[in-house]
Design a protein around this ligand. Structure first.
Ligand code: CA
Length: 235
């Protein structure tokens, strides 16, 4: 992957903005910064960054409006930078089309992992329309999409149809958090009431079948109050 990717950092707090910019520059990225929403919108259209890091709490506008506005014309990856305890904001941002989020305070390695993941997904989307990938691998977990078969260390795992569909969706978007609502609508249809209970039951069964220790999952991570994330091979 090219290290010349350009990252736009939208953040009103100078300390955080500089920290992020310095960390990313040190890791081979080019960075540009905006301290408010107006400036950000101008920079997005004139510089066409490869990834946008977006603080939701900006002085002149709600960061949600930036997501809406950008999604009208571009699929550039948007990673929301959000304060802890703002789960409803995270869900709303993801549903508006943000790709991911990091929670403040965060470390450089987490930020870099989220950026790599976003760039990878974007590249995949540009290369193909994520035509069926054929197979997926993370650690000892393998999924063969053609055969609809899941194995752990070569042993076939017997999943119900819905359990398989959940695992397949999460692995297709590995590294990206999928909201409870999104998964429920994908599996049980658009008119399903947003009840997480049935999804939680399915997830408990999936974890019992694929995880060595279901209470400390290694493959499917819970993002509390938001959804689930399948881990990528390099995580
Ligand atoms: Ca802020």
């Amino acid at each position: 992957m090219s290290n010349k990717n350009c990252i736009l950092i939208i953040e009103d707090e100078a300390t955080i903005r500089n920290f992020m910019s310095n960390s990313l520059t040190a890791n081979g990225y080019k960075t540009i910064t905006a301290k408010d929403g107006q400036q950000a919108l101008v920079m997005i259209s004139s510089y066409r960054p490869d990834v946008i890091l977006l603080d939701l709490g900006l002085p002149d506008m709600d960061g949600m409006n930036i997501i809406k506005s950008v999604r009208e014309w571009s699929l550039v990856p948007i990673i929301v930078v959000s304060a802890r305890g703002m789960e409803t904001d995270k869900v709303k941002a993801l549903d508006l089309g943000a790709d991911d989020y990091v929670t403040k305070p965060f470390g450089t390695s987490e930020l870099l992992a989220r950026i790599r993941s976003a760039l990878r997904h974007w590249q995949m989307r540009k290369d193909s329309n994520i035509a069926e990938m054929g197979s997926f691998k993370s650690g000892d977990l393998e999924i063969d999409f053609d055969k609809r078969r899941v194995t752990v260390r070569g042993e076939v795992v017997h999943l119900t149809q819905n359990e398989y569909k959940i695992v397949a969706i999460l692995s297709k978007y590995a590294g990206k958090v999928m909201t409870y609502d999104y998964i429920i609508k994908e599996i049980w249809g658009p008119y399903t009431k947003g009840d997480n209970q049935i999804l939680r039951v399915n997830m408990a069964n999936i974890r019992r079948k694929i995880e060595d220790n279901p209470s400390e999952p290694r493959y499917i991570i819970t993002e509390v109050g938001v959804g689930y994330r399948m881990t990528e091979e390099d995580e």
